[in-house]
Ligand binder design. Structure first.
Ligand code: ADP
Length: 191
């Protein structure tokens, strides 16, 4: 089974590209952001905790998202591959993912890093705020915290995956289609 990680700052287009990959390759898309927003909508205990953190731009605890990923892996044993979107977001999460996959005799196939700069991150999020009703997209201070957390907690994953020879960069500026083409040539080389 193949395991791809969509990597990049908030608003880089991970979710958009992951959805296209599902159409093209029939992989299962797992977005921790979407799973958390579902919990918030259902007003579960987990959802309440998640909302209080997400709306401030903070990450939810590692154990929470790790549990979600474990459930997804167990629930979909029939798929050809997974696309993780928004996970891992800390080195601790990456280590746990490696262990989860190792137990299954599997490993991360490739990390697809969509590269855009911080100014574009802000523009994209502002634009998304007009389309989707996401509280964490509405407030400048929240966006600043998310960008800061990305640099501090998530960016160290670049070195983690480079050391393991899994890290690939895709230039994230251009049309959705052009960016998807760049991703496809990468994925095709791993199938
Ligand atoms: P974006 O890519 O724009 O940051 P996401 O939908 O991926 O949006 O995530 C929204 C929020 O959900 C994050 O800011 C964070 O609070 C929380 N979240 C999502 N994935 C994780 C994760 N792997 N670890 C911790 N928190 C997460």
């Amino acid at each position: 089974m193949k395991h791809y990680i969509m990597f990049g700052p908030p608003g880089a287009g991970k979710g958009t590209q992951a959805a296209l990959m599902v159409e093209q390759y029939n992989f299962r898309h797992v977005s921790t952001g979407d799973l958390l927003r579902h919990e918030i909508q259902e007003q579960t205990e987990l959802g309440k905790l998640a909302a209080s953190l997400i709306n401030k731009g903070e990450l939810v605890p590692d154990e929470v998202v790790e549990g979600m990923i474990q459930n997804e892996l167990e629930a979909h044993s029939d798929v050809k591959g997974f696309i993780f979107d928004g996970f891992p977001r800390t080195v601790a999460q990456a280590e746990v993912l490696d262990k989860m996959l190792e137990k299954r005799g599997e490993s991360v196939t490739s990390v697809i890093s969509i590269v855009i700069d911080d100014t574009m991150v802000r523009d994209r999020i502002r634009h998304r705020a007009m389309i989707e009703d996401r509280k964490d997209d509405m407030d400048d201070e929240t966006i600043t915290t998310r960008i800061r957390n990305y640099h501090k907690k998530t960016e160290p994953l670049i070195a983690y995956y480079k050391e393991r020879g899994k890290y690939n960069e895709i230039y994230g500026v251009g049309s959705i289609k052009d960016i998807f083409k760049r991703i496809c040539s990468l994925v095709d080389s791993t199938i």
